[in-house]
Design a protein around this ligand. Structure first.
Ligand code: DLL
Length: 434
């Protein structure tokens, strides 16, 4: 099933020809309208005429989040403000938010790409889409909302929060598709259990989860607890919002990135060099249809790899693997590189442990320390101390065996690690404060 069969299945030569045409027109537009690009191209000794084929994209300089911050709020917009119909922003961990603007055409494109994403994930007209992504400056809520309407489904704009009420509404309204962060879906499962509600009696069929990194092990946990098929959706406000890439329900193996609107590249984050198909590196995206704020070679900081292998679903668009994490979230503990999702995958596999955890990194003298706080299941918590101690040792050993990192496991009572109705915070790095 497709939403826009012609474009979703465009043979690669036609897709690439379209990309080149759209890229060249985008380059002309930003060169003429955004002083930042004129200057950055000049500094690299290039202008739009240097791009004669898709590989020539590599001649152009990158755009970074810092460039966006330096242009705060509207400096990178390529159209006059009168043409902007929507503004979103993503709150960074530091300082001012990153601001993005959409023309009416940008909103139309976004709605179509979200509608395509819904269909790829197995949703259709007639579905009741329970949209628990936050509405507001965050792109999750409104992005999914417009896509659901474009699809012709019924959307419940519930946003995040008030979990008990969410569960009542899912039951009473017969929600068939759930959209929220993966961590919030597990919180919902927990609340439902406390309320005596069994997800097996709900109509939910598909869950479309993203906005934060999650592991394959977490997928299995969610599918079991919520009794649905869980799909991974990726996006970022700078590029558009949710719906840049999505897994298809047929293969559930890699996220199709909508290449008629975005050109992906994978680079070595250290050297900036492009990496071949299949190698893990940083995802760089160039937008080729955006009007409000087109971005050339935007460094997402997200770590993935790309595959151009044909997919059983029939879509011709390349697939990126599930994000391992962000290059700036990667923890380096005593020289070992670790992503929180790798620790998550280990934890989820251990019986008696709940998928709620917090990683605390510290420094004692010159040595880094990692403490893994994780919740114990209700039925184990009342057990003897010996059982709990053995469980801690097991967590420490499995993390050491799988990732080569020494840690201290700290088991905590059920429901004591902070829950979030949006993006979960998983890491406290006290070293950064020093
Ligand atoms: O999180 C957009 C979104 C909303 C995506 C709803 C999916 C669903 P930002 O707040 O700008 O936008 O955050 C973007 O979140 O660079 C990634 O680091 C992370 N992220 C988003 N989706 C995924 C995912 C939205 N599926 C940043 N897996 C991105 C891992 C993800 N990380």
């Amino acid at each position: 099933m497709f939403f826009n069969e012609e474009f979703e299945t465009l043979p690669r030569p036609a897709l690439e020809a379209l990309q080149l045409k759209r890229l060249q027109s985008t380059l002309d537009r930003v060169y003429a309208n955004v002083p930042f690009y004129k200057a950055s191209f000049a500094a690299a000794g290039v202008d739009p005429s240097a791009v004669k084929c898709l590989e020539d994209l590599q001649k152009l300089p990158f755009t970074t989040k810092q460039n966006m911050r330096d242009s705060y709020p509207y400096g990178l917009f390529a159209v006059p403000l009168e043409e902007i119909v929507r503004i979103h922003a993503s709150s960074g961990t530091t300082g001012k938010p990153t601001v993005v603007g959409y023309t009416q055409q940008d909103i139309n494109t976004w709605s179509e790409l979200m509608a395509r994403s819904f269909v790829a994930a197995g949703a259709h007209k007639g579905d009741i889409i329970h949209n628990a992504y936050g509405y507001g400056l965050f792109t999750g809520g409104l992005g999914a909302h417009y896509g659901a309407e474009r699809l012709g489904a019924s959307v419940i704009p519930i946003s995040g929060g008030n979990t008990k009420r969410q569960i009542m509404i899912m039951q009473d309204f017969g929600s068939s598709v759930l959209t929220c962060t993966p961590s919030y879906s597990l919180f919902m499962a927990e609340e439902a259990q406390a309320e005596g509600v069994d997800f097996k009696n709900l109509k939910l069929r598909v869950g479309i989860f993203g906005a934060e990194p999650w592991s394959e092990a977490m997928r299995r946990e969610i599918e079991e607890k919520l009794n649905l098929s869980a799909l991974d959706i990726y996006g970022l406000s700078e590029i558009m919002g949710p719906g840049v890439a999505i897994e298809c329900i047929e293969a559930k193996h890699g996220l199709h990135i909508w290449e008629d609107h975005f050109i992906p590249e994978i680079i070595n984050p250290e050297t900036g060099e492009c990496l071949p198909e299949g190698e893990l590196g940083e995802l760089v995206i160039t937008t080729i249809t955006k009007q409000g704020i087109p971005l050339i070679r935007y460094r997402t900081r997200d770590i993935t790899s790309i595959s151009y292998e044909p997919c059983i679903c029939g879509r011709t668009h390349a697939r990126i693997t599930r994000m391992s994490g962000r290059s700036d979230d990667m923890l380096i503990i005593r020289g070992v590189n670790v992503f929180p999702t790798q620790i998550e995958a280990v934890l989820v596999g251990i019986e008696g442990i709940e998928p709620h955890y917090m990683l605390i990194v510290d420094r004692q003298g010159t040595l880094d320390t990692l403490t893994v706080q994780v919740e114990v299941s209700e039925h184990l918590f009342s057990d003897e101390i010996k059982v709990l101690q053995a469980l801690s040792r097991r967590v420490e050993k499995e993390i050491k065996d799988m990732l080569g990192v020494t840690c201290t496991a700290k088991l905590v009572e059920p429901k004591t690690i902070q829950r979030s109705d949006g993006k979960a915070q998983r890491v406290i790095d006290n070293r950064k404060l020093v």
